[in-house]
Design a binder for this molecule. Sequence first.
Ligand code: PEP
Length: 251
Amino acid sequence: MLKLIVANWKMNPATPREARELYLKTKQAALKQRSARVIICPPAIFIGCLNHKTSSRLSLGVQDISVHRNTGAFTGAISAAQASYSEAEYAIIGHSERRAAGDEEKIINTKVKLALAAKLNVILCVGEKSRDGEGGYLQELHEQLTSALAGVPNNFYKKLVIAYEPVWAVGKGASGADTPAEFLHHKLFIQKVLSKTVGAAAAKAVPVLYGGSVDHKNAESFLNEGQAGGLLVGRASLRADHFKQIIYAAR
Ligand code: PEP
């Protein structure tokens, strides 16, 4: 199975010109790497500026979608259908920065269903805020998964990707990355939770990515030792030289 290497550019870069440059450099690396599909999630406003042509190695995604289904008076929002009519093929949903901005479980569940109905692939982010020694945080993970996927028909699981991103490992204020061994433990836990709904074989087919302080030095260990289905990368995706090495780590 192709490794999914997702670039979450967040609210970067500053200009369309910089976005095009970063896109082109990332594209060069992506097209050379047969073992990966690279998914760039730029600010939605830049999607139309990239001259993107869909290929099996390189796709675009949005970083979020609106909780509202239809067009209407929702200032600043972008619907799943609108994202899908642009070149986006994927939608990140439930990112910890969106959860911190107020996306509760019910909202995330609605967004997952709207994205799937609009034929987008969903990259659902889950992850605990902090980790207690007794494994109590696994309950938090369990709840995030079951509530986000409540009512999602089984045949949609083939359009689902889970990104396990412990919140303490994400972004500038992170205390560092998880370990590949711990990630593997959590990947198996996630697939076990999914298997209760869709059965073991379908759950195993859902790619589980690792995200949180991935860089060009640790990427390979998460993909190999950690058996990650791919990586979700924030800061390091903005450095073309570093992100190229992360893409090549999927070899
Ligand atoms: C993220 O934004 O999902 C992320 C993992 O960020 P970073 O790689 O910067 O920790």
